[in-house]
Design a protein around this ligand. Structure first.
Ligand SMILES: Cc1ncc(COP(=O)(O)O)c(C=O)c1O
Length: 401
Protein backbone atom coordinates (compact mmCIF):
# COMPACT_ATOMS: atom_id res chain seq x y z
CA UNK A 1 0.00 0.00 0.00
CA UNK A 2 1.42 3.43 -0.91
CA UNK A 3 1.55 6.25 1.65
CA UNK A 4 -1.16 8.91 1.39
CA UNK A 5 0.31 12.04 -0.26
CA UNK A 6 -1.98 14.29 1.77
CA UNK A 7 -1.17 13.13 5.30
CA UNK A 8 -1.34 15.82 8.00
CA UNK A 9 2.00 17.07 9.41
CA UNK A 10 2.85 15.39 12.70
CA UNK A 11 2.95 17.61 15.76
CA UNK A 12 6.76 17.77 15.57
CA UNK A 13 6.77 19.23 12.04
CA UNK A 14 6.30 22.95 11.39
CA UNK A 15 2.93 23.93 9.94
CA UNK A 16 3.08 24.93 6.27
CA UNK A 17 3.33 28.71 6.09
CA UNK A 18 3.24 31.48 3.50
CA UNK A 19 6.38 33.49 2.72
CA UNK A 20 7.59 35.72 5.55
CA UNK A 21 6.83 38.86 3.60
CA UNK A 22 3.25 37.77 3.08
CA UNK A 23 2.78 36.85 6.72
CA UNK A 24 4.19 40.28 7.58
CA UNK A 25 1.52 42.15 5.61
CA UNK A 26 -0.91 44.18 7.68
CA UNK A 27 -4.46 42.85 7.72
CA UNK A 28 -7.15 45.42 6.95
CA UNK A 29 -8.27 47.24 10.09
CA UNK A 30 -11.39 48.43 8.30
CA UNK A 31 -12.32 44.80 7.78
CA UNK A 32 -11.60 44.17 11.46
CA UNK A 33 -14.11 46.85 12.45
CA UNK A 34 -16.67 45.52 9.95
CA UNK A 35 -16.27 42.05 11.45
CA UNK A 36 -17.11 43.49 14.88
CA UNK A 37 -20.49 44.49 13.41
CA UNK A 38 -21.39 41.10 11.99
CA UNK A 39 -24.83 40.01 13.17
CA UNK A 40 -25.96 43.55 14.05
CA UNK A 41 -28.82 44.20 11.63
CA UNK A 42 -29.06 47.99 11.68
CA UNK A 43 -25.42 49.11 11.47
CA UNK A 44 -25.00 52.21 9.29
CA UNK A 45 -21.91 51.42 7.20
CA UNK A 46 -19.78 54.43 6.29
CA UNK A 47 -16.53 52.45 6.48
CA UNK A 48 -15.94 51.26 2.90
CA UNK A 49 -15.08 53.47 -0.05
CA UNK A 50 -18.16 53.03 -2.16
CA UNK A 51 -21.51 54.62 -2.83
CA UNK A 52 -24.81 53.17 -1.63
CA UNK A 53 -26.13 53.56 -5.21
CA UNK A 54 -25.98 50.85 -7.89
CA UNK A 55 -24.13 51.43 -11.16
CA UNK A 56 -26.29 53.58 -13.49
CA UNK A 57 -28.66 51.59 -15.67
CA UNK A 58 -27.18 52.69 -19.03
CA UNK A 59 -23.96 50.88 -18.04
CA UNK A 60 -25.71 47.81 -16.60
CA UNK A 61 -27.81 47.57 -19.78
CA UNK A 62 -24.67 47.72 -21.92
CA UNK A 63 -23.19 44.79 -19.97
CA UNK A 64 -26.45 42.87 -20.44
CA UNK A 65 -26.36 43.48 -24.19
CA UNK A 66 -22.70 42.42 -24.34
CA UNK A 67 -23.44 39.19 -22.49
CA UNK A 68 -26.46 38.46 -24.65
CA UNK A 69 -24.28 39.08 -27.69
CA UNK A 70 -21.78 36.46 -26.53
CA UNK A 71 -18.94 38.61 -25.09
CA UNK A 72 -17.75 35.72 -22.96
CA UNK A 73 -14.27 35.05 -24.34
CA UNK A 74 -10.72 36.03 -23.41
CA UNK A 75 -9.62 39.34 -24.85
CA UNK A 76 -6.24 40.84 -25.70
CA UNK A 77 -4.10 41.22 -22.54
CA UNK A 78 -4.13 45.00 -22.82
CA UNK A 79 -7.87 45.30 -23.40
CA UNK A 80 -10.35 45.36 -26.28
CA UNK A 81 -9.36 47.94 -28.93
CA UNK A 82 -12.58 50.02 -28.61
CA UNK A 83 -12.03 50.44 -24.86
CA UNK A 84 -8.37 51.36 -25.24
CA UNK A 85 -9.36 53.87 -27.92
CA UNK A 86 -12.15 55.32 -25.76
CA UNK A 87 -9.78 55.66 -22.80
CA UNK A 88 -7.10 57.29 -24.95
CA UNK A 89 -9.71 59.86 -26.10
CA UNK A 90 -10.85 60.37 -22.50
CA UNK A 91 -7.30 60.88 -21.20
CA UNK A 92 -6.54 63.20 -24.12
CA UNK A 93 -9.61 65.30 -23.33
CA UNK A 94 -8.74 65.53 -19.64
CA UNK A 95 -4.95 65.66 -19.71
CA UNK A 96 -3.59 66.26 -23.19
CA UNK A 97 -2.60 64.02 -26.12
CA UNK A 98 -2.55 60.34 -25.14
CA UNK A 99 -2.12 57.57 -27.71
CA UNK A 100 -3.80 54.17 -27.61
CA UNK A 101 -0.28 52.79 -27.25
CA UNK A 102 -0.04 54.50 -23.84
CA UNK A 103 -3.23 52.94 -22.41
CA UNK A 104 -3.82 49.49 -20.96
CA UNK A 105 -7.02 48.07 -19.46
CA UNK A 106 -6.73 46.35 -16.08
CA UNK A 107 -8.93 44.47 -13.62
CA UNK A 108 -9.68 47.63 -11.60
CA UNK A 109 -7.39 50.07 -9.87
CA UNK A 110 -5.89 47.69 -7.36
CA UNK A 111 -4.73 45.35 -10.14
CA UNK A 112 -3.32 48.35 -12.02
CA UNK A 113 -1.34 49.28 -8.89
CA UNK A 114 -0.02 45.74 -8.59
CA UNK A 115 0.96 45.68 -12.28
CA UNK A 116 2.63 49.09 -12.05
CA UNK A 117 4.62 47.94 -9.02
CA UNK A 118 5.54 44.65 -10.72
CA UNK A 119 6.74 46.57 -13.78
CA UNK A 120 9.21 48.81 -12.02
CA UNK A 121 9.92 47.58 -8.47
CA UNK A 122 11.44 44.43 -7.07
CA UNK A 123 13.34 42.92 -4.15
CA UNK A 124 15.56 45.41 -2.33
CA UNK A 125 14.20 48.46 -4.15
CA UNK A 126 13.45 51.54 -2.12
CA UNK A 127 9.97 52.95 -2.61
CA UNK A 128 8.56 56.08 -0.98
CA UNK A 129 4.85 56.62 -0.31
CA UNK A 130 3.01 59.72 0.88
CA UNK A 131 0.74 58.91 3.83
CA UNK A 132 -1.88 58.69 5.39
CA UNK A 133 -2.82 56.34 2.60
CA UNK A 134 -5.14 53.55 1.59
CA UNK A 135 -3.01 50.60 2.76
CA UNK A 136 -2.77 48.78 -0.58
CA UNK A 137 -0.25 51.24 -1.98
CA UNK A 138 2.14 50.61 0.88
CA UNK A 139 1.67 46.85 1.06
CA UNK A 140 1.84 46.05 -2.68
CA UNK A 141 5.54 46.96 -3.17
CA UNK A 142 6.28 45.03 0.04
CA UNK A 143 4.75 41.87 -1.45
CA UNK A 144 7.34 42.25 -4.21
CA UNK A 145 10.18 42.54 -1.72
CA UNK A 146 10.68 46.31 -1.92
CA UNK A 147 11.25 48.48 1.15
CA UNK A 148 8.66 51.20 1.62
CA UNK A 149 9.45 54.41 3.44
CA UNK A 150 6.60 56.76 4.21
CA UNK A 151 6.50 60.55 4.19
CA UNK A 152 3.59 61.95 6.14
CA UNK A 153 1.36 64.83 5.21
CA UNK A 154 1.19 67.35 8.06
CA UNK A 155 -2.03 68.14 9.89
CA UNK A 156 -2.63 71.75 10.85
CA UNK A 157 -5.24 74.51 10.99
CA UNK A 158 -5.90 74.12 7.26
CA UNK A 159 -6.19 70.36 7.29
CA UNK A 160 -3.63 68.06 5.61
CA UNK A 161 -0.78 69.61 3.64
CA UNK A 162 2.42 68.31 2.04
CA UNK A 163 5.82 69.63 3.03
CA UNK A 164 7.40 69.24 -0.41
CA UNK A 165 10.94 69.64 0.92
CA UNK A 166 10.36 66.73 3.29
CA UNK A 167 9.25 64.58 0.36
CA UNK A 168 12.19 65.63 -1.82
CA UNK A 169 14.60 64.83 1.02
CA UNK A 170 13.20 61.30 1.11
CA UNK A 171 13.49 60.91 -2.67
CA UNK A 172 17.20 60.24 -2.53
CA UNK A 173 19.14 59.17 -5.63
CA UNK A 174 18.68 55.44 -6.00
CA UNK A 175 15.04 55.55 -4.89
CA UNK A 176 13.14 53.44 -7.36
CA UNK A 177 9.62 54.84 -7.19
CA UNK A 178 7.32 57.22 -5.36
CA UNK A 179 3.67 56.38 -4.81
CA UNK A 180 1.35 59.37 -4.59
CA UNK A 181 -2.42 59.16 -4.30
CA UNK A 182 -4.20 62.41 -5.09
CA UNK A 183 -7.07 63.10 -4.46
CA UNK A 184 -6.15 61.12 -1.40
CA UNK A 185 -7.90 58.35 0.44
CA UNK A 186 -8.41 58.90 3.40
CA UNK A 187 -7.65 62.63 3.86
CA UNK A 188 -9.19 64.14 0.71
CA UNK A 189 -5.91 66.04 0.24
CA UNK A 190 -5.23 67.09 -3.36
CA UNK A 191 -1.65 67.58 -4.46
CA UNK A 192 -1.25 71.15 -5.74
CA UNK A 193 0.00 71.61 -9.29
CA UNK A 194 3.14 73.45 -8.12
CA UNK A 195 4.11 70.56 -5.84
CA UNK A 196 3.53 68.07 -8.66
CA UNK A 197 5.86 70.08 -10.87
CA UNK A 198 8.63 70.20 -8.26
CA UNK A 199 8.37 66.46 -7.58
CA UNK A 200 8.29 65.65 -11.31
CA UNK A 201 11.41 67.76 -11.94
CA UNK A 202 13.19 66.06 -9.05
CA UNK A 203 12.20 62.57 -10.21
CA UNK A 204 13.32 63.40 -13.76
CA UNK A 205 16.75 64.37 -12.43
CA UNK A 206 17.13 61.15 -10.44
CA UNK A 207 15.35 58.67 -12.70
CA UNK A 208 12.65 57.92 -10.08
CA UNK A 209 9.35 56.42 -11.23
CA UNK A 210 6.16 58.21 -10.23
CA UNK A 211 3.25 55.85 -9.64
CA UNK A 212 0.30 58.23 -9.47
CA UNK A 213 -2.91 56.76 -8.08
CA UNK A 214 -5.52 59.02 -9.64
CA UNK A 215 -8.65 56.89 -9.16
CA UNK A 216 -10.41 59.85 -7.47
CA UNK A 217 -9.39 62.44 -10.07
CA UNK A 218 -13.02 63.11 -11.02
CA UNK A 219 -14.21 63.43 -7.41
CA UNK A 220 -12.71 66.88 -7.11
CA UNK A 221 -14.29 70.03 -5.66
CA UNK A 222 -11.41 72.51 -5.92
CA UNK A 223 -10.44 75.14 -8.45
CA UNK A 224 -6.92 74.23 -9.44
CA UNK A 225 -7.73 71.42 -11.83
CA UNK A 226 -9.12 71.63 -15.34
CA UNK A 227 -12.69 72.13 -14.10
CA UNK A 228 -13.68 68.49 -14.40
CA UNK A 229 -10.67 66.82 -12.89
CA UNK A 230 -8.03 67.29 -10.20
CA UNK A 231 -4.48 68.28 -11.15
CA UNK A 232 -2.82 65.18 -12.60
CA UNK A 233 0.78 64.23 -13.28
CA UNK A 234 -0.47 63.49 -16.80
CA UNK A 235 -1.12 67.22 -17.29
CA UNK A 236 2.55 68.06 -16.92
CA UNK A 237 4.51 64.92 -17.86
CA UNK A 238 5.19 63.57 -21.34
CA UNK A 239 3.72 60.17 -22.06
CA UNK A 240 7.15 58.57 -22.50
CA UNK A 241 8.46 59.75 -19.13
CA UNK A 242 8.75 57.64 -15.97
CA UNK A 243 5.14 58.21 -14.91
CA UNK A 244 2.49 55.53 -14.51
CA UNK A 245 -1.00 56.87 -13.79
CA UNK A 246 -3.45 54.38 -12.35
CA UNK A 247 -7.19 54.81 -12.76
CA UNK A 248 -10.46 52.99 -12.22
CA UNK A 249 -14.09 52.75 -13.24
CA UNK A 250 -15.05 52.18 -9.59
CA UNK A 251 -15.45 55.76 -8.42
CA UNK A 252 -16.46 58.00 -11.36
CA UNK A 253 -19.13 55.58 -12.64
CA UNK A 254 -19.95 53.68 -9.42
CA UNK A 255 -18.58 50.38 -10.76
CA UNK A 256 -16.76 48.99 -7.71
CA UNK A 257 -17.97 45.41 -8.14
CA UNK A 258 -17.14 45.25 -11.85
CA UNK A 259 -13.37 45.28 -11.34
CA UNK A 260 -12.38 47.44 -14.29
CA UNK A 261 -9.59 49.99 -14.45
CA UNK A 262 -6.76 51.24 -16.61
CA UNK A 263 -3.32 52.74 -16.59
CA UNK A 264 -1.50 55.31 -18.70
CA UNK A 265 2.20 54.55 -19.10
CA UNK A 266 5.14 54.83 -21.49
CA UNK A 267 4.59 52.81 -24.66
CA UNK A 268 8.01 51.21 -24.23
CA UNK A 269 6.60 49.24 -21.28
CA UNK A 270 3.59 47.82 -23.13
CA UNK A 271 5.09 44.54 -24.30
CA UNK A 272 6.34 43.77 -20.81
CA UNK A 273 3.04 44.84 -19.28
CA UNK A 274 1.24 42.50 -21.66
CA UNK A 275 3.27 39.58 -20.27
CA UNK A 276 2.53 40.60 -16.69
CA UNK A 277 -1.21 40.84 -17.39
CA UNK A 278 -1.04 37.38 -18.94
CA UNK A 279 0.39 35.93 -15.74
CA UNK A 280 -1.88 37.90 -13.37
CA UNK A 281 -5.37 37.87 -14.84
CA UNK A 282 -4.84 37.34 -18.61
CA UNK A 283 -7.42 40.06 -19.29
CA UNK A 284 -10.34 41.94 -17.78
CA UNK A 285 -13.74 40.25 -18.38
CA UNK A 286 -14.88 40.94 -21.93
CA UNK A 287 -18.52 41.94 -21.29
CA UNK A 288 -17.32 44.26 -18.50
CA UNK A 289 -14.93 45.91 -20.94
CA UNK A 290 -17.74 46.43 -23.43
CA UNK A 291 -19.81 48.13 -20.74
CA UNK A 292 -16.74 50.20 -19.93
CA UNK A 293 -16.78 51.67 -23.45
CA UNK A 294 -20.30 52.93 -22.84
CA UNK A 295 -19.37 54.33 -19.42
CA UNK A 296 -16.47 56.34 -20.84
CA UNK A 297 -18.27 57.53 -23.97
CA UNK A 298 -21.71 58.27 -22.53
CA UNK A 299 -21.07 58.77 -18.81
CA UNK A 300 -19.83 62.35 -18.61
CA UNK A 301 -23.10 63.93 -17.47
CA UNK A 302 -23.59 61.12 -14.94
CA UNK A 303 -20.15 61.76 -13.45
CA UNK A 304 -20.72 65.50 -13.26
CA UNK A 305 -24.08 65.00 -11.50
CA UNK A 306 -22.43 62.53 -9.13
CA UNK A 307 -19.79 65.09 -8.19
CA UNK A 308 -22.51 67.68 -7.50
CA UNK A 309 -24.31 65.25 -5.21
CA UNK A 310 -21.08 64.31 -3.45
CA UNK A 311 -20.18 67.95 -2.94
CA UNK A 312 -23.59 68.51 -1.30
CA UNK A 313 -23.13 65.45 0.92
CA UNK A 314 -19.61 66.53 1.87
CA UNK A 315 -20.71 70.04 2.86
CA UNK A 316 -23.67 68.65 4.81
CA UNK A 317 -21.53 66.20 6.76
CA UNK A 318 -18.69 68.64 7.46
CA UNK A 319 -21.16 71.25 8.77
CA UNK A 320 -22.77 68.68 11.06
CA UNK A 321 -19.41 67.43 12.33
CA UNK A 322 -18.02 70.93 12.88
CA UNK A 323 -20.98 71.67 15.14
CA UNK A 324 -20.14 68.70 17.35
CA UNK A 325 -17.95 69.20 20.43
CA UNK A 326 -14.83 67.05 20.43
CA UNK A 327 -14.67 66.85 16.63
CA UNK A 328 -12.05 68.57 14.48
CA UNK A 329 -13.11 68.35 10.82
CA UNK A 330 -11.97 70.11 7.65
CA UNK A 331 -13.57 70.31 4.24
CA UNK A 332 -11.69 67.93 1.93
CA UNK A 333 -10.90 69.05 -1.64
CA UNK A 334 -11.36 65.66 -3.23
CA UNK A 335 -12.38 61.97 -2.98
CA UNK A 336 -15.41 61.00 -0.84
CA UNK A 337 -14.27 60.91 2.76
CA UNK A 338 -14.15 63.20 5.76
CA UNK A 339 -11.10 62.26 7.83
CA UNK A 340 -11.64 63.96 11.17
CA UNK A 341 -9.98 64.05 14.54
CA UNK A 342 -12.07 62.87 17.40
CA UNK A 343 -11.34 63.51 21.07
CA UNK A 344 -11.00 60.15 22.74
CA UNK A 345 -9.90 58.35 19.56
CA UNK A 346 -6.34 57.77 20.79
CA UNK A 347 -6.88 54.14 19.86
CA UNK A 348 -9.03 54.62 16.76
CA UNK A 349 -9.37 50.88 16.11
CA UNK A 350 -10.79 50.23 19.58
CA UNK A 351 -13.04 53.29 19.33
CA UNK A 352 -14.43 52.25 15.93
CA UNK A 353 -15.19 48.75 17.22
CA UNK A 354 -16.97 50.30 20.18
CA UNK A 355 -18.92 52.62 17.86
CA UNK A 356 -20.12 49.63 15.86
CA UNK A 357 -21.11 47.56 18.87
CA UNK A 358 -22.67 50.31 20.96
CA UNK A 359 -23.87 52.96 18.49
CA UNK A 360 -24.29 50.74 15.41
CA UNK A 361 -22.23 53.26 13.49
CA UNK A 362 -19.62 51.97 11.00
CA UNK A 363 -16.56 54.22 10.58
CA UNK A 364 -13.01 53.37 9.50
CA UNK A 365 -10.19 53.80 12.05
CA UNK A 366 -7.52 56.34 11.13
CA UNK A 367 -4.75 53.95 12.11
CA UNK A 368 -5.75 51.76 9.13
CA UNK A 369 -4.05 54.38 6.94
CA UNK A 370 -0.72 54.66 8.78
CA UNK A 371 0.51 55.73 12.19
CA UNK A 372 -0.07 59.41 11.43
CA UNK A 373 -3.78 58.61 11.00
CA UNK A 374 -4.10 57.57 14.65
CA UNK A 375 -6.57 59.77 16.50
CA UNK A 376 -8.68 60.19 13.34
CA UNK A 377 -11.62 58.35 11.84
CA UNK A 378 -12.76 58.21 8.22
CA UNK A 379 -16.36 58.66 7.14
CA UNK A 380 -17.38 57.90 3.52
CA UNK A 381 -20.14 60.35 2.60
CA UNK A 382 -21.19 58.79 -0.73
CA UNK A 383 -24.79 58.30 0.35
CA UNK A 384 -28.00 60.23 0.81
CA UNK A 385 -28.26 63.02 3.32
CA UNK A 386 -30.90 61.28 5.46
CA UNK A 387 -28.50 58.43 6.13
CA UNK A 388 -25.73 60.89 6.97
CA UNK A 389 -28.08 62.64 9.42
CA UNK A 390 -28.90 59.39 11.17
CA UNK A 391 -25.17 58.60 11.42
CA UNK A 392 -24.44 62.04 12.85
CA UNK A 393 -27.20 61.56 15.41
CA UNK A 394 -25.72 58.24 16.50
CA UNK A 395 -22.26 59.78 16.85
CA UNK A 396 -23.62 62.73 18.83
CA UNK A 397 -25.55 60.46 21.17
CA UNK A 398 -22.48 58.27 21.66
CA UNK A 399 -20.18 61.19 22.40
CA UNK A 400 -22.79 62.76 24.70
CA UNK A 401 -22.93 59.74 26.95
C1 LIG B 1 -6.64 55.27 -3.26
C2 LIG B 1 -7.27 54.11 -3.95
N1 LIG B 1 -6.65 53.58 -5.00
C3 LIG B 1 -7.16 52.54 -5.66
C4 LIG B 1 -8.35 52.00 -5.28
C5 LIG B 1 -8.80 50.82 -6.08
O1 LIG B 1 -10.10 50.76 -6.42
P1 LIG B 1 -10.58 49.63 -7.43
O2 LIG B 1 -9.67 48.47 -7.28
O3 LIG B 1 -11.98 49.34 -7.03
O4 LIG B 1 -10.48 50.24 -8.77
C6 LIG B 1 -9.04 52.50 -4.18
C7 LIG B 1 -10.29 51.91 -3.70
O5 LIG B 1 -10.89 52.29 -2.73
C8 LIG B 1 -8.48 53.60 -3.50
O6 LIG B 1 -9.08 54.15 -2.43
Amino acid sequence: MSASPSRLPSSTEAAPLARDVVRGLRASRIREVANAGIGLPDVLPFWFGESDQVTPSFIRDAAGRALAGGATFYTHNLGIPPLRAALADYASRLHGPTAVGNVAVTSAGVNALMLAAQLVTGPGDRVVAVTPLWPNLVEIPRILGATVETVSLDYGPHGWTLDVDKLLAALTPGTRAVMINSPNNPTGWVMPRAAQQVVLDHCRRHGIWIIADEVYERLYYGHEGTGVTAPSFLDIAGREERVIAVNSFSKAWLMTGWRLGWMVLPSALMDDLSKLVEYNTSCAPSFVQEAGVVAVQEGESFTQDLVKRLRGARDHLVAALEAMPGVDAHTPEGAMYVFFRLDGAKDSLALCKQLVREAHLGLAPGSAFGDEGEGFVRWCYACDVARLDEGVKRLRDFLGR
